[in-house]
Structure formats: C-alpha cells, structure tokens
Design a protein around this ligand. Structure first.
Ligand SMILES: Nc1ncnc2c1ncn2[C@@H]1O[C@H](COP(=O)(O)OP(=O)(O)OP(=O)(O)O)[C@@H](O)[C@H]1O
Length: 443
C-alpha cells in the first residue's frame, strides 16, 4: 500500500471518530510524505500541530494504521523546513539499506521462478527475461499487454526482482498508472512537483502497471511524457503493462502512443489446458497442498478464463476441504465450484452467441438487430452492452468478438466496452441491465 492510499484510509477513520473542528484543524492540514518500512513521515504546518499530534492523535493513528495494514506503522512528524534535513537523513539511511528493503513496492513472490511458462505467455516471458538481464538495452520500453489476470503484473515484478537480485544498487520504482496520477496530483496540490519529478526521474528502472488508466488524463499524460523522455534519453529501462495496445486506448495522446511503440510490445493470451494444469500444480506445491493429479486436471478443465480465477478456484476448493474436514475429491470440487463453473467454464468461445441471444431477449430485440448495423439508440446501447459483456465475461479475442457481431472491427468492441464502462457510472438503467444480464449469464 502506498502512503497516499494509507493516508486516505487513516483520514477516513479520523473523520468518523473525531469532531469536525479537530479533523479540519489537525488532520486535514497534515500531509503524508513518505512511507518507508514501518515509518510514515507526516508533514505538519507548525510546531503547535506537532505537539498536538504527538500528544493527542498519534496513538489513534498507529491503531488505524494497524487496522488497515495489519502492521505496526509509526508516525514521524516533521515541519516543512525540517523536511529538507529529514530528507537528507532518509537519503543517508537509504545508502546503507540493501536495495530489497527500499521502497520499490515489488512483490517478492512475483518472480521468474514462480512464473509458469506456456504457449500464451512464452514470448512475453522471454522478452521480460532479456530486459531483466540487461535493462535499458534491448527492448525499451517493453510493453506487456493482454486481458485481465493473465500475468502481466507478475512478469513486471519478476523483472524488477531479478534486476534487484543481480544488481542490488539499482533504483527501481513500480507504480500503477493510478498511483502515478495520484502522486502527481498531490505533488501539485502540496507544491512538491520538484520532489515528485526527482522521485520519478532519478530511477534506473520505472515499471508502470495498467497504463490504460492514463486515458483522458491530459495533465498526467503530459507529465508522464516528460518522465518518459528523461528516462529514455538517459538509457533507463521503462516497462509498461496495459490491457490493450496503446493505439487502441482512446484518449491517449499520439506522442505517447508513438513512444510506447519504440520498443517491443508483446501480448499475453489465456493459458491453454496444459499451462493451466501446470499453474495449478505449482500453486498447490507452493501452498503445500496435496491434490491428486486428476483433481488438478479437473479444475483446470473447469476454469478456462484467467489465471487469477484459476488460483481463486483452487483456494476455494482448499477452503471447502478445510471447512468440511474432508479430503479433496471430484465431488468436493464440483460442490466448491458449483456457482463458478456454471458461468466461467461455459463462457468460452461459443458464448458470444449466447450473450447476443440473452441481450436481445432482455431488450425485446432480435439477435439480428444486435449483430446488424442499425444505429438507433434503442439498438446501439444493447449492442454495446452485448459487446461489453462479451469482452468482460469471455476469453474470446477482440477480433473474434467483432466477427460474431456481424463482422465489426475490434476497435468497435473496445469503443463499446469503454462507452458502457462510463455509462454504467452515469446511468442507472445501464448499470441495472448489465447486472441483470450478468446474473442471467450466471456471472
Ligand atoms: N504464468 C503464470 N504462472 C504463475 N502464476 C501466474 C501466471 N500468470 C498469472 N499468474 C498469477 O495470476 C494472478 C494474476 O496475475 P497478474 O496480477 O499478474 O495479472 P494481470 O495480467 O496483471 O491482470 P490485471 O490486468 O488484472 O492487472 C497472480 O497471482 C499471478 O501470480
């Protein structure tokens, strides 16, 4: 969890527990500066604030932080002018710390060793390995793209972890595009843009997850453009992930799209049966679970959408066995996955037609209307909902979804997906329809 995330949750606790005046006087004026190891550095506007926090609020803060992170986190209060000094101190400590303790935000469990290679990810794996062995040289930037839960983040962390292992002095920063955006906004609001820039531009490797969320955020894109240029010119490695190719992200500036294409873009597709079995076996081994091979095969046959769901299914089976105090059998797996396998396993390649049929039925239209070209609102929205559901609930590729909708282009499917994602937030009827239809489709 990053400092801003943690702070916003802590602030919420304060907001509900203290008076409005206390909140606005003491809490709202505090700015989280850094979260490192178990210390949260907080900037306060005056010595009076410092005393008040120390005497009256710090214990509460420690308690909230524990509730949120299940870890002991201690505050360190600093005043603005003390900050420089404290930063120097932090930097001093940094030099002495081994890199693995630095604030890279890397998940130590996402390594190449724990990544199972299969048909759908072997190219991405190979490219990631090359980058981790010689960052900034061969593929810069490296862009990994593909559907939800297929291992993009895992590979990205694996690159970071391997680089740190090979060269502990390397400065690595992993962020999601949302954290980058938040950091940037906070930096502007607190007048700390220079510090923000230093933080992002003085790294050797920058890993940015889910860049599709940069869409529509012009200010952030501008800042990222400059960050990218600085790092690139200095030969620093940039790795990006996205759920689609940059030129398919609407509202991503052309200059970013073109830069992202300078290096190598590799996609990850859904794992085939053999890979799914291998992933399950690896997970069972790492959890010290004894699961017979035929059971692993059975689960892998049931869940063919993405790895996250596959892992979730195994955990669910494990939990069921524990709860029922019984060994894992096929019957137990069926029971555990009952709610899941109705939809996940069915919603594969043949299911786009089923979605089209159910959506047409729901809106009292004919499937041919959904697949056709008519552009009246009464048909366009249901068509886009059907495309949205096809993308969300199946592992069918975008071009194939387009073909099922009467030979439409895959960019039309992406556009429909984005449009419905936005409409669901704005229009209750659309949200309801998607919810209802997901239920009908067993999701
Ligand atoms: N090939 C693999 N071998 C082992 N574990 C994998 C593999 N692919 C994915 N996983 C695991 O599946 C889970 C989901 O993967 P990950 O978070 O990397 O997906 P993602 O593609 O980044 O998804 P999203 O688009 O939602 O961010 C993680 O726990 C990851 O470790």
């Amino acid at each position: 969890m990053d400092k801003d995330n943690l702070w916003s949750k802590i602030s919420d606790y304060f907001k509900s527990d203290v008076s409005r005046t206390t909140y606005s006087t003491w809490v709202e004026t505090a700015i989280p500066i850094k979260l490192e190891n178990n210390e949260l550095i907080i900037e306060l506007p005056s010595p009076l604030h410092k005393d008040y926090w120390k005497d009256k609020l710090s214990e509460q803060l420690i308690e909230y932080a524990y509730k949120i992170t299940k870890k002991d986190i201690f505050p360190k209060f600093v005043l603005k002018d003390e900050l420089k000094k404290s930063e120097e101190k932090i930097n001093d400590t940094k030099v002495q710390l081994p890199t693995f303790m630095k604030d890279t935000h890397l998940n130590p469990e996402y390594t190449f060793d724990t990544f199972v290679i299969g048909k759908g990810n072997q190219m991405a794996h190979a490219a990631a390995l090359v980058v981790s062995e010689d960052p900034g040289k061969m593929y810069n930037p490296l862009l990994l793209y593909g559907g939800v839960g297929l291992g993009k983040t895992h590979l990205m962390h694996a690159i970071g972890n391997k680089i740190v292992k090979n060269k502990p002095d390397t400065q690595i920063k992993y962020v999601t595009s949302e954290s980058f955006t938040n950091d940037f906004i906070n930096a502007i609001q607190s007048n700390h843009t220079e510090r923000f820039r230093q933080e992002y531009r003085n790294v050797d490797v920058l890993l940015v997850d889910d860049i599709q969320f940069f869409a529509d955020k012009d200010g952030t894109q501008e800042e990222f453009f400059h960050t990218f240029n600085d790092l690139y010119e200095d030969g620093k490695q940039i790795v990006l992930t996205s759920d689609r190719l940059p030129n398919e992200i609407s509202k991503l500036q052309d200059r970013l799209v073109s830069r992202f294409a300078w290096g190598l873009s590799v996609d990850i597709t859904a794992p085939d049966l053999e890979t799914r079995i291998a992933i399950l076996r690896a997970k069972a081994d790492s959890d010290n679970m004894e699961v017979p091979v035929d059971i692993l095969n059975y689960i892998a046959g049931q869940i063919d959408s993405n790895v996250r769901e596959l892992e979730g299914a195994l955990s669910r089976v494990q939990a069921f066995a524990k709860f029922k105090k019984t060994v894992i059998s096929k019957d137990l797996v069926s029971e555990a996955l009952h709610g899941l396998n109705n939809h996940i396993s069915k919603l594969n390649k043949s299911s786009v037609d089923e979605i089209i049929y159910q959506v047409a039925n729901y809106f009292e239209l004919e499937p041919e209307d959904i697949k056709g070209k008519k552009r009246t609102k009464a048909i366009v929205i249901p068509r886009q909902i059907a495309m949205y559901l096809s993308r969300k609930l199946t592992n069918v590729s975008l071009p194939k979804i387009g073909i099922s909708f009467g030979g439409k282009d895959h960019t039309t499917v992406i556009h429909a997906y984005d449009k419905i994602s936005v409409l669901m937030k704005k229009e209750k009827a659309v949200k309801e329809a998607v919810k209802e239809l997901s239920k009908i489709l067993g999701k």
